[in-house]
Write a protein that binds this ligand. Structure first.
Ligand code: GDP
Ligand code: ZN
Length: 390
């Protein structure tokens, strides 16, 4: 059946949609699928209905099934229909080298795979079709061949992004957690930096875990307020020391649960912690400053590394890339989770919570319901002041 055409549905180019602001921010934020975080447009929080709007295009019938996958909403029924269980194998993308992705199956075998043509053509404006961490279905290499074909890419759950040529670019997909590592001494805790990473985690839909390292160097009781601050917000906070081993078992336990990214300033002990967890694990964590100073894009491919005890860490040449990129003020407010209940109570629907009168967020800071340090972090990010450490 040469070139038989078939109608298929693909996601609307979100660039063209207008954003309408909802005052019921908490709900909208909760509904936001992580795909929103990779949108290239300046739009921010969208209700889910918009996320799943589609248009119909004509495509080769043979390739139509593959297409539902990457573009469609995370809809159970459509995904089941499209998967060809007999011919395809499920896997996870470990690395992407140009046009070839290395896909790992559940039993640990790896296959180099190309991406189906139609999947490629649906990448909007050069956004990557396949990212490290993507869950895919692929057709294994035919007899005699050594490369397979990725037939569909599942919806992404949590993304690490970076700015690339004015757009958000997905560095890693389906990241379950990010360790935000900070040092209690040398260099010392910096709330605004933690908050910057936290906001990035909220934006990407990745669960943050705050790691306060180098506990051996300080009297930890003096830092209970930091632990209290973040624990109260609902963020898991762990005091660790790569030197005396405290907290390491907890980190190890968390790392077993899926895919974890490690972020934090240089020198806080990221490599030391990982080496304590798995000796010999030489991640590229120290190349951070090289990358930023040269501004090169060539070495920025991420990679998933399987840990001996189970789970994966995301290895990126520059861990700082897990940062806020191109976030608009309207989106920033939702990244501070404790602001969310107050936002609809502000007098002006487009309140920026910076200078306005009758701002419920500012009132909450005044009454101590929102920590003033967190509010300062918000202002800093709002005005896009760089952190000394970043
Ligand atoms: P990274 O840049 O975040 O990967 O940090 P490193 O792991 O390279 O650590 C930076 C420095 O801090 C090294 O000299 C480590 O030996 C030291 N360091 C790391 N973790 C600890 C810790 O828990 N306690 C103490 N005392 N020093 C640490
Ligand atoms: Zn306000």
């Amino acid at each position: 059946m040469a070139n038989k055409k078939k109608k298929i549905r693909i996601a609307l180019n979100k660039n063209r949609q207008k954003r309408t602001r909802s005052n019921d921010f908490t709900r909208a934020f909760g509904d936001q699928t992580p795909a929103a975080a990779e949108s290239v447009s300046g739009e921010r929080v969208r209700p889910k209905g918009e996320m799943s709007r589609h248009r119909t295009i004509m495509a080769d019938a043979a390739e139509a099934t593959a297409s539902d996958a990457s573009s469609g909403p995370p809809d159970e029924s459509s995904s089941r229909r499209a998967v060809d269980q007999a011919a395809w194998t499920a896997g996870r993308v470990l690395r992407v080298h140009g046009l070839v992705s290395v896909v790992e199956t559940e039993d640990g075998r790896t296959f180099p795979c190309h991406v189906r043509r139609l999947l490629k053509s649906m990448a909007i404006d050069g956004r990557n079709v396949v990212a490290v961490g993507d869950r895919v279905w692929f057709r294994p290499p035919e007899k005699g061949g050594d490369e397979g074909f990725i037939e569909r890419v599942e919806a992404r759950q949590g993304v690490m992004t970076r700015g690339y040529r004015g757009r958000r670019h997905v560095l890693a997909a389906n990241v379950d957690a990010v360790f935000i590592v900070s040092a209690l001494a040398e260099p010392g805790v910096k709330i605004s930096l933690i908050d910057r990473y936290l906001a990035a985690a909220e934006l990407g839909g990745v669960r943050p875990v705050i790691v306060l390292n180098k506990a051996d160097l300080v009297d930890v009781s003096l830092y209970q307020w930091v632990v209290g601050l973040y624990t109260q917000l609902g963020y898991e906070t762990i005091v660790t020391s790569a030197a005396d081993g405290r907290g390491i078992d907890r980190l190890r336990g968390l790392l077993r649960q899926g895919v974890t990214a490690i972020s934090g300033q240089s020198g806080v002990g990221k490599s030391s912690l990982l080496n304590t967890i798995q000796p010999g694990l030489n991640l590229r964590v120290n190349e951070v400053s090289d990358w930023t100073s040269k501004g090169k894009h060539t070495t920025t491919t991420a990679e998933l590394i399987r840990l001996e005890g189970g789970g994966y860490v995301v290895d990126t040449p520059g861990l700082r890339q897990f940062e806020l990129w191109g976030v608009l003020p309207g989106e920033l407010e939702g990244c501070f989770i404790e602001f969310r209940p107050f936002i609809p109570l502000c007098r002006f629907p487009d309140c920026s919570h910076t200078h306005e009168h009758r701002c419920a967020v500012k009132d909450a800071v005044y009454w101590g319901w929102i920590h003033s340090g967190r509010y300062e972090s918000y202002l800093k990010l709002y005005h896009q002041k760089p952190d000394d450490g970043s």
